[in-house]
Write a protein that binds this ligand. Structure first.
Ligand code: 6PG
Length: 219
């Protein structure tokens, strides 16, 4: 995997935003990461005037099984940081408030036939990505494009896109900052291992965007 090491979390966020803007030149399908790390990237994307959101489809890599106005909702985080500027985009939200099985089936049907131009993903300290956790049966899924899962990271009930969706993406960017992610970055860089789910992302089309602290364990 390509690894880009930036001097600070802010520069990592800027680099990730630039990669997203490049991938969306002329429009396209972008899946968004959840958690806390991408907030700054979304704020930077919202401030750019070179993205025509009217020809962009926004998807979610995963969602927590909570209503869209819940503080734990990935949709809410995106709405607070990006959607004010990206209002023209077609937003494909995962209905976290619905029955997880139904919401996952609905989302799989909605994304069927779509090839992501860029999947923006985060990285957990255990090297999970989206809601694909170490040892999860979801990692072996080859047919269904979205699944309900139970995670070790709170909140436990989640819906995630599956590996085939990310494997088919034209490009994948994994954004991780801080020393807390250093061991996970080193594990992902060490090679493909289902115990480190982010290592299963497509080799030649994935870029790890990290800061110096997250690079601390790289040889
Ligand atoms: C989620 C995410 C998850 C996240 C990582 C990193 O909904 O929790 O999609 O995969 O990206 O856990 O989270 P932080 O950025 O908060 O460290």
């Amino acid at each position: 995997m390509r690894i880009s090491v930036l001097d600070s979390p802010e520069e990592a966020a800027e680099h990730a935003a630039a990669l997203v803007a490049d991938a969306l030149a002329g429009g396209g399908h972008l899946s968004l990461a959840g958690g806390g790390t991408p907030r700054r990237t979304y704020e930077l994307l919202a401030a750019r005037d070179d993205i025509d959101w009217g020809v962009v489809d926004l998807w979610f890599g995963d969602e927590r099984c909570v209503p869209p106005d819940d503080p734990e909702s990935n949709y809410r985080m995106v709405a607070e940081t990006l959607l004010s500027a990206a209002g023209a985009a077609r937003v494909h939200r995962i209905r976290g408030e619905d029955d997880p099985d139904e919401a996952a089936m609905d989302y799989a049907a909605e994304i069927a036939g779509v090839r992501l131009d860029l999947a923006l993903l985060g990285l957990g300290e255990d090297a999970h990505t989206a809601s694909l956790f170490p040892g999860s049966p979801a990692l072996a899924e080859r047919d269904r494009l979205a699944l309900p899962v139970t995670a070790v990271k709170p909140p436990p009930r989640r819906i995630t896109l599956t590996l085939p969706v990310f494997e088919a993406a034209r490009s994948v960017v994994v954004l991780a900052v801080g020393e807390g992610k250093a061991a996970a970055v080193a594990a992902v860089n060490a090679g493909r291992d289902p115990q480190h789910p982010a290592s299963l992302l497509p080799d030649g089309r994935t870029e790890l965007v990290i800061d110096r602290a997250a690079a601390a364990s790289l040889a």
